[in-house]
Design a protein around this ligand. Structure first.
Ligand code: AMP
Ligand code: MG
Length: 413
């Protein structure tokens, strides 16, 4: 049977980054930049004070000490904000606020705490004179123009993932619109005669469709735009009809759950075979062995098993990196940590993704079982914060063993 890594490679080898579109910078969080960004001017644009204090020439107060302060006349008062550029008179000081432009002629700022003005902090009026009680190095407490970004400097690069701090850089340089990779549209189909919609009252033998909303949430989490198609009955025509509807509306990917096993009514695989090709079916993993990938009428199709736990594990293993690649992400790895296994586990030799709680303890990260590993127990995923990966070929994991765990909720930067 195909190994997890072979199957993932086969799937990812056909995935290309999508084209780009222009969006407002403030809504570009989590997107991937599709252009290089240059600073149009120096940031900050002017030299300014990094403290409330007095702007002056460091040479004028070289002799200052706590016992004998150097007294300078205060000839200007400079708040932060727009205003006519100020000039410092020779041998004088200017009261200055944090972020205010440094007056021409000043080379240094002395914080208010190093002057005799510190006791009168509430005063609105600047004093006539100030006594400086400590010398400072030339240039101290001054933010130079361009110290953050120089005019013409490349500050962000095409392919960068936009986190809040990158959005801040775009704002600082005045970029309202930015070119980013388009988000993949993913149509989500649940299959199963036993399934009913979330709002429905349950009849005998019926079960609510948990997967549609769970998979839609996963698609959104990894940068896609989900569309929930609803529930298809276990009949070829029904599955085809709903997939065709999604293609008509326009979709980059088709994602179904259920109906890819070997049961008499598992028709999803044969529908895809009939109208396209199945590139692989069944992978050596647990949970989530009956997973199918191929193309339906030319559109990529991933069919994950119906058990909600299997559906989510298959999604994390196959759909997540595919979506992230479509989105232009360079790093497709799931955030992971090396853990010490606290409870022993048994497996059946498939590469296993076991639900665990990973906690930081004295010896490092430790993985605890959340109880039953039955793939029908959706609440086991609610209790878990990680998937412990047991390599293929291992049937027994002893307590104390070191293994890798995928952190389910960690954001990949
Ligand atoms: P299947 O993969 O179709 O054989 O389904 C395996 C198990 O998962 C069955 O017990 C189904 O009832 C259940 N199942 C399938 N699809 C869903 C779904 N959308 N929501 C909740 N359970 C499901
Ligand atoms: Mg089914």
């Amino acid at each position: 049977m195909l190994s997890v890594s072979e199957a993932r490679e086969r799937l990812l080898s056909g995935v290309e980054v999508l084209e780009s579109e222009t969006v407002n910078s403030e809504s570009a969080l989590g997107r991937v930049l599709a252009e290089d960004i240059l600073a149009p001017h120096d940031i900050p644009p002017f030299a300014s004070s990094s403290m409330d204090g007095y702007a002056l020439q460091a040479a004028d107060i070289a002799a200052a000490s706590a016992l004998s302060g150097v007294v300078l006349p205060v000839t200007a008062d400079i708040p932060a904000g727009p205003g006519i550029p100020q000039v410092l008179s020779k041998g004088a000081a200017a009261r200055i606020m944090t972020g205010a432009p440094l007056p021409a002629g000043a080379d240094t700022v002395v914080p208010i705490e190093m002057t005799d003005d510190s006791a009168r902090r509430g005063d609105i009026q600047a004093p006539q004179n100030v006594s400086v009680l400590s010398p400072v190095e030339r240039g101290d407490y001054v933010r130079l123009a361009g110290q953050d970004m120089r005019r013409g400097e490349q500050v962000l690069t095409g392919g960068d993932y936009l986190r809040p701090q990158e959005i801040g850089v775009l704002a600082a340089i005045g970029r309202r619109r930015v070119l980013v990779v388009r988000q993949p549209r993913v149509a989500i189909l649940s299959t199963g005669d036993e399934l009913v919609d979330v709002g429905a009252k349950l009849g005998p033998g019926q079960l609510r469709d948990a997967n549609s909303f769970m998979l839609a949430s996963l698609v959104g989490r990894y940068g896609g735009l989900p569309t929930v198609l609803g529930i298809a009955r276990d009949r070829n025509e029904d599955v085809e009809k709903m997939l065709d509807r999604a293609l008509d509306a326009g979709t980059d990917w088709l994602l179904s759950s259920g109906g890819v096993s070997v049961g008499a009514f598992d028709c999803v695989k044969s529908v895809v075979e009939r109208h396209g090709e199945v590139s692989f079916w069944r992978v050596n993993m647990r949970p989530g062995k009956p997973v199918a990938f191929g193309h339906y009428k030319g559109t990529p199709f991933l069919g994950v098993p119906g058990n909600p736990v299997s559906a989510m594990a298959s999604f994390e293993v196959f759909a997540r990196p595919a979506l992230q690649k479509l989105c232009g992400r360079r790093n497709l790895d799931k955030p992971s940590v090396e853990v010490t296994v606290r409870d022993e586990f048994t497996s059946d030799g498939r590469e296993s993704y076991l639900r665990v709680v990973v906690r930081r303890e004295e010896e490092g990260y430790v993985a605890h079982s959340v109880g039953s590993q039955d793939s029908g127990i959706l609440t086991s995923l609610v209790r878990a914060n990680a998937l412990l990966i047991v390599p293929a070929g291992e049937t027994h994991v002893a307590a104390g063993r070191q293994l890798t765990a995928w952190m389910l909720d960690w954001v990949q930067d």
